[in-house]
Design a protein around this ligand. Structure first.
Ligand SMILES: Nc1nc2c(ncn2[C@@H]2O[C@H](COP(=O)(O)OP(=O)(O)OP(=O)(O)O)[C@@H](O)[C@H]2O)c(=O)[nH]1
Length: 342
């Protein structure tokens, strides 16, 4: 279940609660600060709440540095999806407020021009001081509404930047930095969705999602012989081969140091096996050149384990079966594919 999916009423209430708390601090009233206080008043992020209370007890106030640290530790890092929802919610609330301010501005402007017309019709002499005062207050009101609109626009721009930042952070949190493939977290998320979809499809579906686990053979030796920089180059080369072979609806991920997974959408076991064999042969046939080294080429091989999903089993059980298949490939001499049928 999503952690925060608050209604507009609820998020407006949080805004009302957060504003006074936020304005007491030394930090500026920007979206990062708002995200922290939103989470604080919503009360579901208990670790953030405890950290804020602790800091307030010690320091009395939150300054720029502490608000950013709290945001990074307890909002952005922990759950980028939540941060995105907070930013989206804030944007919705702000948009609503900006629309109300625009409406108030229009009405004030109309009221002002009616008053001007009335004053003109009455003539200088008949325009009483009371009427003059109403006109002057109306002008003040118009200016105040215009200022409010401008501040709301500025806040909307800041929110928009924050959303981009959160989107980037979320993207980064799902990508493996070395290879550009999906990382373990992205893989686990996709696997869960894939299995739930497969279970919901019912027993009549013949083909099932398949998992190909791939591990680079004797990788420790490669590292020990040629160093970690070359080791990383080998990891990237293997990742590229996997990325080239993954079908559109599948996912290629780096799930450990030199371990990869290809998650295939419902596929026959024969097709999955053929794909695994193609990956193995492509890697075995490639020669990875060491940058700056004279000696020509390094032969790298991988072992693979293939397992089809058995409806109803857990992600852990599915992974374990694919891992057993991989282990069988390693035990049988490496550079091979083992299939463990359901
Ligand atoms: N260069 C590099 N090495 C890594 C990375 N992650 C893990 N390793 C290394 O990968 C090696 C994995 O070794 P093992 O799992 O023992 O594999 P192995 O025994 O050499 O080979 P197999 O038995 O064929 O699996 C270790 O030496 C790790 O230090 C990484 O990101 N970069």
């Amino acid at each position: 279940m999503a952690k925060y999916e608050h209604s507009i009423e609820r998020s407006t209430e949080y805004l009302r609660m957060a504003l006074p708390l936020m304005s007491k601090q030394a930090a500026a009233l920007h979206p990062v600060s708002y995200s922290v206080w939103y989470e604080y008043v919503a009360g579901e992020n208990t670790r953030l709440r405890a950290a804020v209370d602790r800091q307030l007890a010690q320091e009395g106030q939150l300054d720029e540095a502490s608000i950013h640290t709290l945001y990074r530790r307890h909002v952005a890092d922990v759950d980028p999806q939540t941060a995105q929802r907070v930013a989206d919610g804030f944007q919705r609330v702000l948009t609503g407020m900006a629309e109300s301010a625009a409406l108030a501005g229009d009405q004030t402007a109309r009221f002002g021009s009616s008053l001007s017309r009335l004053t003109a019709e009455l003539g200088e002499t008949e325009a009483t001081p009371a009427l003059q005062e109403v006109m002057s207050s109306t002008r003040d009101m118009q200016q105040a509404v215009a200022r409010l609109q401008q501040r709301l626009d500025e806040s909307r721009q800041e929110i928009s930047m924050l959303r981009d930042e959160v989107r980037r952070a979320r993207h980064d949190s799902l990508i493996d930095g070395l290879t550009g493939l999906a990382n373990r977290r992205a893989f686990d998320q996709r696997l869960a969705v894939c299995l739930a979809t497969s279970d919901a499809a019912g027993a009549h579906e013949q083909r099932q999602p398949c998992l190909l686990l791939t591990d680079i053979d004797h990788f420790k030796r490669i590292n020990d012989s040629y160093g970690h920089v070359f080791g990383d180059q080998v990891i990237r080369a293997v990742a590229q081969v996997l990325q080239r072979h993954v079908p559109q609806a599948g996912l290629a991920a780096r799930i450990g140091g030199e371990e990869f997974a290809l998650l295939l959408p419902p596929t026959s076991l024969e097709e999955a096996q053929a794909l695994a064999e193609k990956v193995r042969a492509t890697i075995a046939a490639s020669r990875i050149r060491r940058q700056g080294a004279n000696e020509a080429l390094e032969r790298v091989t991988v072992s693979l384990g293939v397992a089809p999903y058995c409806r109803g089993e857990s992600a852990r059980e599915f992974l374990d079966r694919a891992d057993q298949a991989l282990y069988a490939s390693k035990s049988a001499g490496r550079d091979r594919v083992t299939v463990l049928a359901a």
